[in-house]
Design a protein around this ligand. Sequence first.
Ligand code: IMP
Length: 436
Amino acid sequence: MSGTAIIGLQWGDEAKGKVVDLLTDQNDVVVRYQGGANAGHTVVFGGEKYKLSLIPSGIFRPDVQSIIATGVVIDPKSLFDEIDSLTSRGILIAKNLMISDRAHLIFPWHKVEDAILDRSNGREAIGTTMRGIGPCYQDKVGRSLAIRVGDMYKSEFRNRVQHVATIKKQYIDRLICDLDKEIHLPEISTDFNIEQIIADYTGYADRMRQYVNDTTNYLLDAVDADKRVLFEGAQGSLLDIDHGTFPFVTSSNSSGTGICAGSGIPPQFIKKIIGVMKAYTTRVGGGPFPTELDNEIGDTIRKKGNEYGTVTKRPRRCGWFDAVAARYAARLSGVDSVGLMLLDVLSGHEILRICTSYNVNGREFNHFPSQTEDLRLAMPNYETLPGWEGDLTNIKNYNDLPSNAKYYIQRISELIGKKIEIISVGADREQTIFCR
Ligand code: IMP
């Protein structure tokens, strides 16, 4: 078997969906293994744009088995909204989708907890997607209040939901009571009807039954049968719960470290890891971002790159390419080669900058700081490169790129110590340059 993984090397939104989509026809199975409906993957082909959140990007190839594996947290409402939207556009979703019976379920209380806790934690908000991701993973690790997909098919399901919901109701009432009066919650209902939730989730269970399986066992069989498996990372390595810019991270291992835990595949079966990054840097939500361009240049990149969240529509913070952060992420995720995305967005700048080290309180940092406070103080040291003019979106060969663009790519490759294998100059499958 050959396992290939696609991992984001920045703070998410690196256009991983496009790379997964490009590679799915060389694979038998595509696996989402962490995160949930906080992810937003855009896939464009044949002039049509599709937005995916929970469903693996392999879904567009009917002969490929798409798997939502154990490490994913599933909001059934989001899942079925996505399925309905795709099927209404003619995409087949049947036995080609499989969902782990070990995956954890997001309930309405998780979203309420997400909204309250992020606004009342006594420090800068993480700026979560408010999809209930953190609270659901919290319950998974805590175990006592967790409910998994497989639990929906057990006779005690109703009692289990009633039990957990009652505890959650008391907890949320208490949180609301303690909430600083100055803090305004976004427009979500903090009150929930337990009977309605039981009815809704019983309905979801019926609909989901056709997809539910022991995906770990399926994947271990795929290993034995020498199948080709593609692992689709969500978010980016710098948002990793353990190795990212904690606490401004997501609640799963979104770097390469999460592949095995989330899918159940043993490490030695992953034969290739492709890291995906933009030709510049973006971040959505709170947290330090040393190369952020809170100015006209950042606005230009945002506009040209359409840097608005797929899930939350929030404007993304934009900045220069940070080679310190990208080198760290590439090493952490064990990347073999890199897909450099959205290069076309950088056309038209007289100069471009790449951050090559940080200055933190007079000390030079060549590595990514472990303490978020240090990253917050980090002043980037930049290398300045000449920019280029012209539209890159129709270029198909590396040699046809402007020489300054080739130099920019080469410097990034040198600074992060990895080969650039794919260059993307537009959203469509066709707008891709493969460097052999
Ligand atoms: P959560 O994953 O909703 O808990 O959000 C935690 C942090 O991760 C916030 O800063 C989010 O903006 C960020 N985040 C979560 N998912 C994504 C993503 O798919 N792309 C970019 N940022 C994300």
